[in-house]
Every structure is written in structure tokens, then in C-alpha cells.
Design a protein. Structure first.
Length: 135
């Protein structure tokens, strides 16, 4: 049962993330290859255009910003996969012979992951914000 829950949750989340270009930083981009224009959108659900960058005038800045957004997207995918993996295993822990011991270890791993993930997202958001402020 946990494997079914895990794989169905992963498939649904990954499809929705890839269709909406969602990541936890709140920034996304669209790059028009013909016009070489980078459009940066801000917001998690209601996206608004915050910056438009001409890729012909400053290609290095455009590539740097796209690299940061791709890093945010990959971190979001990693977070989703690991969170669904960790939450699907709670059923194994509850049905085990020593649930208190396993639950303690599970909660420790879960808390360390959440704190590390929040720190990485905070640093990435700050780096994106600093880069956008320099434009």
C-alpha cells in the first residue's frame, strides 16, 4: 500500500509541477529563443511579470538567472520526491513491532531534512533576489 500511495502521489505531483513550471522560490521564467528575451515571473500561483531581460544585450546575466531558476526547479523536484517518500513510509513505521523507536528515528530524519531543505530554499531565494536586484 505505501508503494502505491508513493508512486501515485509522485506521478500526480511531478506532472502538475512540470505543467505549471512550479517551484518553491516563487520565481519562474520564459525564454523566447527567437527574440532572445527572458521574461521573469514572480508569484507561486498568480504569476506577474517582474523583469524582462534582453538576451542579446546581456547574455551572461540571462544565463545566470536561468541557471538559478533551473537549480530551484531541480531542488523543488528533489523535495517533492523525498517528502512523498518519507510520508509514505509512516505506514510501515506505525505497523512495525517497535513503532516508538522507529518513529523517533523517522522524526529525526524528517526534521533534519525539512530544516536543511528550508535553508537551501532560503539561500536560493536570496541569491535569485540579489541577482534580480542587480538588473
Amino acid at each position: 500500500l505505501p508503494a502505491v500511495i508513493y508512486f501515485s502521489a509522485i506521478v500526480i505531483l511531478l506532472i502538475s509541477i512540470s505543467k505549471t513550471n512550479f517551484n518553491f522560490t516563487g520565481y519562474s521564467y520564459y525564454y523566447d529563443e527567437e527574440a532572445m528575451v527572458l521574461t521573469i515571473e514572480e508569484g507561486l500561483i498568480n504569476k506577474e511579470i517582474s523583469h524582462v531581460l534582453d538576451g542579446q544585450k546581456s547574455p551572461a546575466q540571462a544565463y545566470l538567472i536561468m541557471l538559478l531558476f533551473n537549480k530551484a526547479y531541480q531542488l523543488c523536484l528533489f523535495t517533492i520526491v523525498l517528502l512523498t517518500f518519507l510520508t509514505s513510509h509512516i505506514f510501515y513505521i506505525i505497523s512495525s513491532k517497535r513503532p516508538k523507536l522507529y518513529l523517533g528515528i523517522y522524526l529525526l530524519i524528517f526534521i533534519v531534512f525539512i530544516l536543511g531543505d528550508l535553508y537551501m530554499h532560503k539561500e536560493l531565494i536570496q541569491e535569485i533576489s540579489n541577482t534580480l536586484n542587480k538588473l
